[in-house]
Design a protein around this ligand. Structure first.
Ligand SMILES: Cc1ncc(COP(=O)(O)O)c(C=O)c1O
Length: 352
């Protein structure tokens, strides 16, 4: 049994879990921004960190419990989830695969796609998003038999439990004096998995008598379009996660929609589109020696953070700061010509 905060705090609960990360991820003050504190999810693993690791811990454990060796994931060319899935699956003896659809060509996207292609033999790069639903359907059909499907962002109730556990972890850190009880949490919202998990974990922590004081507002900063991140979708996953937790032996948790503040002001022109205030936030973080903000996700939530002026605020550093494996061009010779063109274009795109 691993030391999973949910299993530890809820008597009799035995959520499948494999440990991929190192916890608790630190909470650090960033005094240059006032009452701003960082939840260093970027440090969750030296192999590849970020917020996706917690999601994979329950999903991979479920795959292993079912005796399944193949794990497939889906996402955009520059998906952090795909990189995390590929680099961590093989540590457990699981065979990873990924189906990736086109996105805006950016240096951050190219960096990830190089790793996905260079480190995994089974990466299907689609020419167009139009064929994505067919691939999804095929993988869905195979799910639970010859393959295990990790949905985009790991966004299902089992995947979200990793983030429910993170709320308990934070409550423990608050009780140990890591920071004053936050009034605001700020996180990028892409697949909704992290936000939905926190929307269950926060009231759960309160119910268990772990959370000191009032619960904070959770500011979810949109980086993927409506309807993926529609308020109703976020709450739907949160309620499904609470229901699932109850079904497997946890307490009943009521999701409070009032905790959720959906911030749509930093989305810009679309998913993976670089924004001016995102770039400014990334530059500010760099200048302060703070963790990296990627232009697709964390820079947009960073831009929202820089607008904050009130109360203790905890910011999710969701982009891994682990060094990625070096993938020389020779290792990408097998990639289709249109992908090698995409990589060249993306690597030449200036974002600063
Ligand atoms: C760096 C980063 N930040 C934030 C998110 C958003 O998390 P979620 O998909 O759980 O909403 C992602 C999702 O892939 C991510 O890669």
């Amino acid at each position: 049994m691993t030391d999973f905060a949910l299993n530890r705090h809820i008597h009799g609960l035995n959520v499948p879990h494999v440990r991929l990360g190192e916890y608790p991820t630190p909470i650090e003050h960033l005094p240059a921004l006032g009452d701003v504190w960082l939840k260093r999810e970027d440090l969750s693993s030296p192999v590849y960190g970020g917020n996706k690791i917690r999601t994979l811990e329950t999903l991979f454990a479920d795959a292993r419990a079912g005796g399944i060796k193949r794990v497939w994931t889906l996402g955009a060319y520059g998906s952090n989830q795909a990189v995390a899935c590929i680099l961590h699956a093989r540590r457990l003896g699981l065979q990873p695969g990924a189906v990736l659809f086109p996105q805006r060509a950016t240096p951050a996207g190219a960096e990830n796609l190089r790793v996905s292609l260079g480190e995994c033999a089974d990466v299907k790069t689609l020419r167009s998003i139009a064929s994505f639903p067919l691939h999804w359907l095929a993988l869905h059909r195979a799910h639970g038999r010859e393959a295990y499907l990790v949905p985009p962002g790991g966004a299902n109730p089992l995947g979200a439990l990793g983030h429910v556990a993170n709320a308990l972890e934070i409550a423990e850190q608050l009780n140990a004096g890591a920071m004053p009880t936050p009034e605001h949490l700020v996180v990028a919202i892409g697949s909704t998995c992290t936000t939905a998990g926190l929307l269950v974990g926060l009231p759960l922590a309160k119910q268990l008598g772990l959370w000191p004081g009032e619960l904070p507002k959770l500011h979810a900063v949109r980086v993927t379009p409506w309807p993926v991140t529609a308020r109703s979708q976020v709450l739907r996953l949160a309620r499904a996660t609470a229901k699932y937790l109850h079904e497997i032996g946890g307490p009943e948790v009521k999701v409070d929609p009032k905790l959720l503040v959906l911030n749509t002001r930093h989305f810009g022109w679309g998913y993976a589109r670089v924004t001016r205030d995102g770039l400014a936030a990334a530059a500010r973080f760099r200048a302060l020696g703070a963790p990296p903000l990627d232009t697709t996700y964390a820079a947009k939530s960073g831009a929202a953070l820089l607008k904050f002026t009130h109360g203790p605020t905890l910011f999710w550093c969701t982009k891994s700061s682990a060094a990625l494996p070096d993938v020389p061009d020779a290792k990408l010779a097998h990639a289709p010509a249109f992908i090698r063109r995409w990589l060249r274009r993306a690597e030449q795109t200036a974002t600063a």
